[in-house]
Design a protein around this ligand. Sequence first.
Ligand code: G3P
Ligand code: CA
Length: 246
Amino acid sequence: MTKIYAHRGAMGTHPENTMPAFKAALDAGVDGLEVDVHMTSDGHLVVIHDEYVEEKTDGQGLVRDMTLAELRTLSAGVRYKDFEAYEEAWDKETVPTLEEVLDLADHQDIELNIELKTNKVLYEGIEEKVDAMVSAYSIEHKVIYSSFHLPTLIRMKTINPNARIAWLSKKVPGIIYDYINTLKLDALHLSYKAVLKKVERINHTEDKVRVWTVNDADSAKQFFELGVEAIMTDFPREMIQAREEY
Ligand code: G3P
Ligand code: CA
């Protein structure tokens, strides 16, 4: 059965990459959470989508130039007042640390897709730090690392041969199994629109393909039919319902 992962939490209804979004996704009954990870100037792993905080918070500047204490003064929930589920408490919501998300995932029967956002800014040593933290929780079997930046994935596998790695790509490679075998990938995480245009390319590798970001039931059902490993969605509750109806 195709799994359903909450993309940046339930970001269609809650402030993305925040604890309320992850909790809402768990309440909906997801099979996995997708989280984006950056690193602060004092080496803390934090869950936020962009390298610039102004994209998602009320602050300004690069995550890598801020200490965790500085980052924690910003609101990660203040920009979502037009959401139907908006609560005043969101205004005080801060950027979570990866540790806080691991604490949440630790007690749940779910997978965790940790996307390392290393394709735009250099975070030296981020792979070692993430591996050490995940290993300390003994949840490697529940974690899939992904990145658009292949060197990060190669480094993860070098640091820990048991790390599961998935390459993120906006295009569907011509010969998927060659990428999987040669780069020792566990999966490819592909843009769903690209997959639908070149659907024949994923033949026989469906169990190694996860697609993002599927937000309508009709597209989701196409992927349930194809039997891909997982879809990632901003609206987990709706996609779980679509799977029940499929
Ligand atoms: O993992 C799939 C997806 O999250 C990659 O794109 O920009 O949403 O992080 P983005
Ligand atoms: Ca992501």
